[in-house]
Design a protein around this ligand. Structure first.
Ligand code: VGL
Ligand code: ZN
Length: 210
């Protein structure tokens, strides 16, 4: 049993309409995380711990959208100046309904919404660094200034934004825990197993629930 305290932070990743059934990049069973995220957030609040949200937030011409690469198909991998990039169907476009949080997400105590992926030429899976692995979002600084030392991650999708965030948190020196029970995966070409292997190497603790 994990005892939560004021230096713990829950990071709820991308629980947005486009990643839920019916959305542009729907994750199977994605909406199942909503009540679990709500419960976690209430427990963190009750313990005096922190809660923040991330929001995938792309301009319409975003480099990760297959539509913006003539002849390319969604889920194909291409080479961009910063490295390999999977192409996705257009999703989480700034200001659209698909980019909104799931209507059932009930986390008024969240102190920060960290938007990511807003630069047209670069994707950002991680809540800490863009996909060039160098450009920071500012979340590590927020955590340090607020005194959060142990970060728990849940949301969508396990093998992309949740895993990259948890991995970068560990690399940035935080204790990092990924909660699989409150996350769901895309699982594209073995991406879930690959993510779990990277998490183990990075020293992230993977737990079903706390
Ligand atoms: C995500 C693919 C593209 C995620 C975001 O939230 O896991 N995956 N954009
Ligand atoms: Zn995205």
């Amino acid at each position: 049993m994990v005892t939560l305290c004021a230096t713990d932070l829950l990071v709820l990743v991308d629980i947005q309409n486009d990643f839920c059934p019916g959305g542009a990049l729907a994750v199977a069973d994605g909406d199942a995380v909503v009540p679990l995220a709500n419960d976690l957030a209430r427990r963190f609040q009750a313990a005096g711990a922190g809660v923040v949200l991330t929001q995938d937030w792309h301009p319409p011409g975003h480099a990760s959208f297959a539509d913006n690469h003539p002849g390319a198909q969604p889920f194909q991998t291409i080479r961009l100046p910063y490295g390999e990039q999977t192409l996705w169907p257009a999703h989480c476009v700034q200001g659209t309904a698909g980019a909104e949080f799931h209507a059932g997400l009930d986390v008024p105590m969240a102190s920060l919404v960290m938007r990511k992926g807003f630069r047209p030429a670069i994707d950002s899976y991680s809540a800490f660094f863009e996909n060039d692995r160098h450009t920071p979002t500012g979340l590590a600084g927020y955590c340090r200034e607020r005194g959060f030392t142990r970060l728990f991650f849940a949301g969508l999708a396990t093998d992309f934004c949740v895993a990259f965030s948890a991995e970068d948190a560990a690399r940035a020196g935080f204790t990092s825990v990924l909660l699989t029970g409150a996350s769901r995966a895309i699982d594209l070409n073995g991406s879930l197993d690959a993510a779990l292997a990277r998490l183990a190497l990075a020293g992230v603790t993977v737990m079903e629930r706390i």
